[in-house]
Each structure stands twice: as structure tokens, then as C-alpha cells.
Design a protein around this ligand. Structure first.
Ligand code: SF4
Ligand code: FES
Length: 338
């Protein structure tokens, strides 16, 4: 008879949940959901050993555990800290956490260009969202931003190193998914940069997935550059018979045109299944796909605008009768779609 594993109780912002031993605070928060989930710029669940680099997920542990109730002396990275039984954590309810998140956002933006109006990632960029929530109105630094010479890494992927926040997701993905990794982080500290070894093009079968894991616009799809703002496109779930990958994708359409093909991602923008380069780049036409229907985007970002359903966690409407009217109409339409 298998022995039942005792679950650990954890309270985050006053909400209690139970998780298996070994679960991180971030994953426990995701189990609770809503606004208690810390943002994550480097952690990416499908990638082993991701996390611990950006510090956006810092939280305050006000009670270590039932056995040792002392608070932890410093804020901890929730993506890398395991839950203890009886642990109490403050995310939204902690002034220290919020202050640290403002500081981390400012730090990430010290070198990141403010080029959202011309960046293909705008509307689905995690740093943009973080900036809106925690950023300062203006920069406090006067020195020049770090810049890099443009580097050509092949015909399909565009590397814009000035935007990179060195989260290392793309390097982990290449390590774990492709047979031959040809890029990595070169140099150290302020000089550190993502580059290809010997300037080789990235042409492994699954390397296109680096575009989907990049939280900012440092790696974008060259074949759909400047084709449309993401909020003007319609995401559709589609599938095909593919002998390399699951063939389950999202087609981002403009009229009948397929602008780009990506993995299917959850509310944290984490890919459900990886897709091969051939599905991503060789099948940009509806004739290759069995279109299943509109893709529900429940990420709370600009990307959700103009789409079919509103994010569950939508902002509270102001006391505006016209806005309320619109909201009632949307709810009515959603009911009809069910
Ligand atoms: S290119 Fe993107 S995914 Fe790679 S380290 Fe930079 S920000 Fe992260
Ligand atoms: S998401 Fe935890 S340190 Fe980056």
C-alpha cells in the first residue's frame, strides 16, 4: 500500500493552500492564483533550473514554518525557495516586497531601451507590464545605456541584444531541447551578452522556441517583424499532423493571413508544448492547419485586448455608466458563447 505524502500548509497574503513537499513558494502562489502570484521574469516552469536570476519574484517570509516560526531575515526569491509546513508569506501585503519590486524594475530598465512603440514584443512583454505596475515615471540615471552592435543570428530569429535582461531562458531552452547548442551568455557582468558561438546561425529543429520563452523583445520572429501589433491580430488554436512535434500551435491571424505561429501558452506565458521549426516557419498558411477555434488569452496584458474573452483577473471598472454598460454586454456575449 502506498504511503500518503503529508502535504505542507502555506499561507500567502492570508490565503491558505496545501502543497506537496518540494513545491516552491511561487508554484504554491500559482495554485492560489490571482494577485498573490509574484511576477517572474526568469523562472519558466517547463525549463529545468530556470529562475533565481532576475529577483522580480522576491517575497517576504513572515513565518518560516510551524517548527521554526522565525521570519526569514531577507526577502527570498519565491521561484527558488521551497515551502515549509506552516509557512506564512507576504507578497501584495508586504511593503518591503513592493519596494524591492520597484527597485528591481528600475534596475532591469537601467539598460533596457524604452522602444516599446517599435518593438514587436510590445503588448506581450513582461517587462512592459512590470514597468507599468512598478516603474518610475522617469529615469533617475543620466549615464548612457549599454548598447551592442547588431548581430545576425540567422534568417528566422532576430536578436536585439540591447533589450536582453539576461534571464538565460533561451540558453536553458537550447541546452535542454536542441541537440547542438550554438549560443550562450558570453563574458561577465556588464559585458555579458547573448551571442552565437562562431557566429553560427541557430538552425536546430526546436530552436524557434527561444522566441516564445524570451520575456522581452530581445529574441523575436524575423519572419513576422513589424507585420502587425499583437493586439490587432486574432489568435486561433490550430493543429496538424507533425512527425517532429505535437503540431498544436496558435496561429496569429490578420484577416486570412497567418502572421506568425507560436506555441500555446498559459496565463503565465509558459508554453504548454514545444513546436518544431517547420510548424513555426514553413506552414504560414491556413491550408496546412486544422483550425480548432479562437484561442482564449487570459494573460492580464495588452495582448488580451481585442480578443474574444476578457481576462478573468480584469481591473475594476470606474464608476462610469457607459463602461458598465459595455461590461454587461461583454458578459452577456460570453454567456452566449458557452
Ligand atoms: S535573449 Fe531573451 S530569453 Fe535570452 S537571456 Fe536575453 S532576455 Fe532572456
Ligand atoms: S523569477 Fe525568481 S528570480 Fe527571476
Amino acid at each position: 500500500m502506498s504511503e500518503e505524502v503529508k502535504k505542507f500548509k502555506i499561507t500567502i497574503d492570508g490565503q491558505e493552500t496545501e502543497v506537496a513537499p518540494g513545491t516552491t513558494i511561487l508554484e504554491a502562489a500559482r495554485q492560489i492564483g490571482g494577485k498573490s502570484v509574484p511576477p517572474a521574469m526568469c523562472y519558466y516552469k517547463p525549463l529545468e533550473t530556470s529562475g533565481g536570476r532576475c529577483r522580480t519574484c522576491l517575497v517576504e517570509v513572515s513565518k518560516g514554518s510551524e517548527a521554526d516560526p522565525r521570519p526569514m531575515p531577507k526577502l527570498v526569491a519565491s521561484c527558488r525557495t521551497g515551502v515549509m509546513d506552516g509557512m506564512e508569506v507576504k507578497n501584495l501585503n508586504s511593503e518591503k516586497t513592493q519596494e524591492a519590486r520597484h527597485a528591481v524594475t528600475e534596475f532591469l530598465l537601467i539598460n533596457h531601451p524604452l522602444d516599446c512603440p517599435v518593438c514587436d514584443q510590445a503588448g506581450e512583454c513582461h517587462l512592459q507590464d512590470l514597468g507599468y505596475e512598478h516603474g518610475l515615471e522617469r529615469t533617475r540615471t543620466e549615464f548612457e545605456r549599454r548598447t551592442f552592435e547588431p548581430e545576425d543570428i540567422g534568417p528566422y530569429i532576430k536578436l536585439h541584444m540591447n533589450r536582453c535582461i539576461l534571464c538565460a531562458r533561451c540558453v536553458l531552452l537550447a541546452n535542454q531541447l536542441t541537440e547542438e547548442r550554438e549560443h550562450g551568455i558570453l563574458f561577465r557582468g556588464e559585458q555579458a551578452e547573448i551571442s552565437t558561438y562562431l557566429n553560427k546561425a541557430l538552425d536546430n529543429d526546436f530552436i524557434g522556441n527561444v522566441i516564445d520563452v524570451c520575456p522581452v523583445g530581445a529574441l523575436t520572429d524575423r519572419t513576422s517583424r513589424f507585420a502587425s501589433r499583437v493586439w490587432f491580430t486574432k489568435p486561433m488554436n490550430a493543429s496538424c499532423e507533425c512527425d517532429k512535434c505535437s503540431g498544436k500551435v496558435v496561429l496569429w491571424m490578420k484577416g486570412d493571413e497567418v502572421i506568425r505561429v507560436t506555441t500555446r501558452q498559459d496565463q503565465y506565458a509558459e508554453s504548454e508544448e514545444w513546436i518544431c521549426n517547420s510548424c513555426r516557419w514553413d506552414k504560414k498558411d491556413t491550408k496546412f492547419w486544422n483550425i480548432e477555434g479562437p484561442r482564449h488569452i487570459d494573460r492580464h496584458s495588452v495582448i488580451s485586448l481585442n480578443h474574444y474573452q476578457k481576462p478573468v483577473d480584469e481591473p475594476v471598472l470606474l464608476d462610469n455608466p457607459f463602461a458598465k454598460q459595455l461590461s454587461n454586454k461583454d458578459e452577456h456575449q460570453a454567456e452566449e458563447q458557452k
